[in-house]
Design a protein around this ligand. Structure first.
Ligand code: FAD
Length: 370
């Protein structure tokens, strides 16, 4: 399909595709097996300028929007979702600063994030507060010229690896959801530690850790937007990053489809290539149709967000994009395993990993039910 990308957008897509094919594909199985954070790949992404694709030029970025981000994410996800989420989570952590940071905060943090010099992360979830984000118990109490943060965030992508964290804490519990605020906390801040690294079903190259705050003091300059705006910052961030989760879905589904087609052309049963059986053709045709439909929706939504000053339907359509593409990713990766038969269940082939990886897309950044 021709999506009428600009030469710059094609360049970003091709750059990410080349990096994924040449540098990620050879190591993805090992990274998954060892559950190892892909630092080498992150450095290559940094060198290629990929961390800055949707950050303003004034802060060292390329000046693109959500479509540019989706293109890079899709290509990395086509090869390895564990790698692509580590990349995308830095963008998630950067978005509150991009959207609501003041000039000083933008100057201080965005150039390093754009260059990939420092990774970012976003911390909202807690043990008792997942879908119901308003149940968070982490507090940030005003003291002197700053705030003292106490509490524990759970399952934070890039936790322990990132150096810049945007977190949500209650500054005034009596106000309920209107009492939450967003803060930037840097690694190495006294009182800020990390819990154990989680062992996961998929995206095993990515790091998922607890963030533990014990009397962690941050200056008032680290408050993002105003007190009480924490959930607005969060929701406006997700509005813009959910199409990126959809792009992860398009990528992993595209990767699984390509593997399935390649395998069906090689594998012989009953004296014929299995691709000659109509039942296999039907599966492949349905997979290809779903991937293209998901891609068309993601690109349209990303373009809509980038093209309007005030995209009124943003929450609805970015949610639709995330739900649709993540469901496609789950279905297509399961069908890819089916086309591989028993070999699809074995770790020698990449599709079992793609199937394990795809599941997270229906869960994080708001479950598909939410
Ligand atoms: C690998 C991984 C990485 C993550 N990375 C991050 C991160 O970087 N930052 C971060 O802040 N969080 C992160 N999360 C947390 C993630 O966003 C939450 O897991 C998710 O929002 C769901 O919350 P929960 O797991 O507590 O499920 P729950 O909210 O307990 O939901 C359990 C089930 O109930 C359903 N449910 C809940 N409420 C409703 C409702 N009102 N209507 C219908 N159904 C409902 C859900 O859909 C789900 O099926 C990550 C999670 C994982 C597993």
């Amino acid at each position: 399909m021709n999506y009428f990308l600009t030469p710059e957008q094609e360049m970003i897509r091709d750059l990410a595709r080349k990096l994924a094919d040449e540098k990620v594909a050879p190591v993805r199985a090992e990274l998954d097996e060892k559950e190892e954070f892909p630092w080498e790949i992150m450095r290559l992404c940094a060198g290629a300028g990929l961390f800055g694709v949707s950050i303003e030029e004034a802060y060292g970025g390329f000046g693109g929007g959500e479509l540019e981000n989706c293109l890079a994410v899709e290509e990395l996800s086509r090869v390895c979702l564990g790698v692509s989420v580590s990349y995308a989570a830095s963008g998630l952590g950067a978005h509150p600063i991009m959207l609501y940071g003041n000039p000083e905060q933008k100057n201080k943090y965005l150039p390093d994030i754009a260059k990939g010099k420092r990774l970012a992360a976003f911390g909202l979830t807690e043990a008792g507060a997942g879908s119901d984000a308003s149940a968070i118990r982490t507090t940030a109490i005003k003291k002197g010229d700053g705030y003292v943060i106490n509490g524990t965030k759970q399952w934070i992508t890039n936790g322990g690896e990132a150096e810049i964290y945007t977190i949500i804490a209650m500054t005034d519990k009596s106000k309920g959801p209107r009492g939450a605020s967003a803060f930037i906390v840097e690694k190495e801040t006294p009182g800020f530690e990390f819990g154990k690294k989680e062992k996961k079903l998929g995206i095993r190259a990515s790091a998922t850790r607890e963030l533990v705050f014990q009397d962690c003091y941050v200056p008032k300059e680290n408050l993002v937007a105003r007190e009480g705006m924490g959930f607005i910052v969060t929701m406006r961030t997700f509005d813009r990053t959910r199409p990126g989760v959809g792009a992860q879905g398009v990528g992993v589904a595209q990767g699984a489809l390509e593997e399935a087609v390649r395998y069906a052309r090689e594998r012989e049963q009953f004296g014929k290539k299995i691709i000659s059986f109509q039942a296999v053709q039907h599966l492949l045709a349905d997979m290809a149709t779903q991937v293209e439909a998901a891609r068309a929706l993601i690109y349209s939504v990303a373009r809509y967000i980038d093209g309007e000053e005030n995209p009124r339907e943003i929450s609805k359509v970015s949610g639709m994009a995330k739900v649709f593409a993540s469901d496609v990713a789950m279905k297509v990766t399961v069908d890819a395993v089916q086309i591989f038969g028993g070999y699809g269940y074995m770790r020698e082939y990449p599709v079992e990993k793609m199937m394990r990886d795809a599941k997270i897309l229906q869960i994080y950044e708001g479950t598909n039910q939410i």
